[in-house]
Design a protein around this ligand. Structure first.
Ligand code: GLA
Length: 360
């Protein structure tokens, strides 16, 4: 009897440097994959049995029984649902999940889990999927199985991230360019401890508004919209799409600033992006606004919310040797300001997209 091989998959999270709420309008984004990651150790078998050590639960299911559970296992089941819809028939696995990536904090733990499962199934069952295709199929897991209308940014960054680089992605064409992170700086993630329970409905609403605005203007991509075009829209649509149009421009400028090593300019763009999203997209909250302003007080080049917003995490850009002291001092100030919340800080490094090795 030949025994089945065991694989270890390391699937990162993502931080978005700039380009927020642009990816469902075919705009620009500039995320990177983090060293914080999800690990899946798994062996092919007929059904699926998967245990998560973070939440101490185990789920078992047959690969033709994919009903929703309203829990993290839906991301695993969704991978099967979408692969099957595309004509693939991967078998099951017995696996264990663990993570250094904090769950549900705005660092894409769901995309990380999807790509861990996709990456494993692709290898173990020889599906022949490229990284781009795994990203697109994982986005469909969210859109069609879980019911979250997200764009492609998270899955793309998790699949295609590169060590020490951010990726500038055109989410209309999926063309992308790695942008080297200058040496000597560090991105500190600050998790506000604010729960993101209302994110999905607010997110889907924003998406409907900007899609309606694009349809009125008769264009598919926000890149085709200028600020003058906005006059044709209602006040709300103008506010929302106006932010997206300016954000696209900021991503282009931010890429240039980063490539030139101009950290002052890059930092200013982060702060502009935050103030704009807070005022015109209304995707921030008091805690995120506080973190951004306080981070500037404490000497950051720039700071902004990262991910969908409405709680979750912010990022700050600081000199590497100051990162730990900066994080401690910002967390202390935050605790004074919001004594009921439990923040967490994570200095992160841009890292490679999903990686897999055979361990037995
Ligand atoms: C979430 C979504 C992404 C993107 C961001 C906002 O992370 O999953 O597709 O839309 O929000 O930029």
């Amino acid at each position: 009897m030949t025994s089945e091989p065991t694989y270890r998959v390391r699937s990162p999270g993502r931080v978005n440097l700039i380009g927020e709420h642009t990816d469902y309008t075919g705009g620009y984004v500039m995320p990177f994959a983090t060293d914080l990651h999800t690990q899946l150790e798994a062996t092919p078998s007929s059904a699926v049995e998967v245990a998560s050590d973070a939440v101490e639960t185990t789920y078992t299911f047959e690969t033709d029984a994919l009903e929703l559970e309203d829990d993290w296992i839906d991301y695993v089941k969704g991978c099967y649902a979408i692969l099957q819809a595309e004509g693939y028939e991967p078998g099951g696995f017995t696996g264990e999940l663990s993570a250094t990536l904090p769950l549900g904090s705005g660092l894409s733990s769901s995309a990380s889990l999807e790509l861990a499962v996709m990456g494993f199934l692709n290898e173990a069952y020889d599906l022949g999927l490229s990284r781009e295709r795994m990203a697109v199929l994982s986005q469909r897991v969210e859109n069609e199985h879980v019911g979250m209308s997200c764009g492609i940014m998270d899955q793309f960054a998790v699949a295609l991230g590169q060590d020490d680089h951010a990726l500038m992605i055109d989410t209309e064409t999926l063309e992308y360019e790695p942008v080297p992170m200058p040496e000597g700086i560090r991105v500190v993630v600050f998790h506000t401890g604010v729960s993101r329970e209302l994110v999905d409905s607010a997110y889907n609403q924003r998406r409907e508004t900007v899609e309606r605005a694009l349809a009125k203007l008769g264009v598919e991509s926000s890149k085709a919209v200028s600020e003058d075009d906005l006059d044709e829209l209602s006040a709300l649509e103008r506010d929302r799409l106006g932010f997206v149009v300016r954000e696209n421009n900021r991503v282009t400028q931010a890429k240039a600033a980063l490539s030139d090593g101009d950290l002052e300019q890059f930092g200013e763009l982060l702060v502009d992006a935050h103030r704009d999203i807070a005022e015109h997209y209304e995707a921030s909250c008091a805690e995120l606004d506080y973190v951004v302003e306080q981070a500037l007080e404490e000497g950051a080049y720039g700071a902004r919310l990262t991910g969908a917003g409405w709680g979750g995490a912010a990022i700050a850009l600081v000199d590497d040797e100051q990162a730990d002291a900066f994080a401690d001092s910002l967390a202390a100030a935050y605790r004074d300001q919001f004594p009921d919340l439990d923040p967490a800080t994570y200095p992160v490094t841009p890292s490679a997209g999903v990686q897999l090795e055979q361990v037995e």
